[in-house]
Write a protein that binds this ligand. Structure first.
Ligand SMILES: C[S@@+](CC[C@H](N)C(=O)[O-])C[C@H]1O[C@@H](n2cnc3c(N)ncnc32)[C@H](O)[C@@H]1O
Length: 198
């Protein structure tokens, strides 16, 4: 994590929630993400780590479903906004730090969730390996990523390989539906689900 990355994301924070999939202000978009995330998480209450949590929208949504969520982000301004958004809502908290090496308890999380962050980490292999340590024996990883038309991102194939190389069984679900993004998309967006091998 560099100071220029931190400055970049601090500057993005004020308008971050303007994107439909970030702020989830449209009820249809909100419900689509809610349904997706509920389907990706065990019954509440589960302990969830949201790595690179941004303005905390997903973390709060999951807390509203009854989960206990710890969010981390390198941007103090993102974390400030996430904390303000959550207010006194129980079961959700945010810290400033590096998602690649989260200072979270080992073996404590049933879900490690990361949306649109892995692609930006300098060493994705090391990050996923560290995230494995956070999981309970039945824990699982949920990586929502994309290979965007801007040319940035990770392909589903690459993300699947990262999860498999970390020792998990991985599967991909593509997310092409307009309802997730508030617009039509023509690039590759997906969630990779990783679970421990039996
Ligand atoms: C595209 S946003 C995604 C935010 C959130 N996960 C979401 O889906 O709404 C990327 C976020 O990752 C954060 N980020 C980037 N690199 C990070 C790192 N090394 N550690 C922690 N957060 C990081 C940025 O500050 C930003 O909030």
């Amino acid at each position: 994590m560099t100071s220029s990355e931190r400055d970049f994301w601090d500057a993005e924070a004020a308008t971050f929630d303007d994107e439909p999939d970030h702020g989830l202000r449209d009820p249809q978009v909100h419900d689509a993400w809610r349904n997706l995330l509920v389907g990706l998480t065990p019954p509440a209450p589960a302990r969830i780590a949201d790595l690179g949590c941004g303005t905390g929208t997903l973390a709060l949504l999951l807390a509203e479903e009854g989960h206990r969520v710890d969010g981390i982000d390198l941007s103090p301004e993102m974390v400030r906004r996430a904390s303000a958004k959550a207010g006194t809502f129980p079961g959700v908290g945010f810290v400033v730090g590096d998602a690649g090496e989260p200072p979270f308890a080992t073996g404590a999380y049933e879900v490690v969730l990361c949306r649109h962050v892995l692609w930006a980490l300098p060493d994705p292999e090391a990050a996923v390996a560290r995230w494995m340590d956070l999981l309970t024996p039945t824990g699982r990883i949920r990586l929502i990523e994309g290979q965007w038309s801007t040319g940035t991102g990770l392909t589903a194939e690459r993300t699947t390989a990262l999860v498999e190389e970390a020792g998990l069984t991985a599967s991909v679900r593509l997310l092409p539906d307009t309802v997730y993004w508030g617009k039509r998309i023509d690039d590759e967006r997906y969630v990779v689900v990783g679970r421990r091998r039996p």
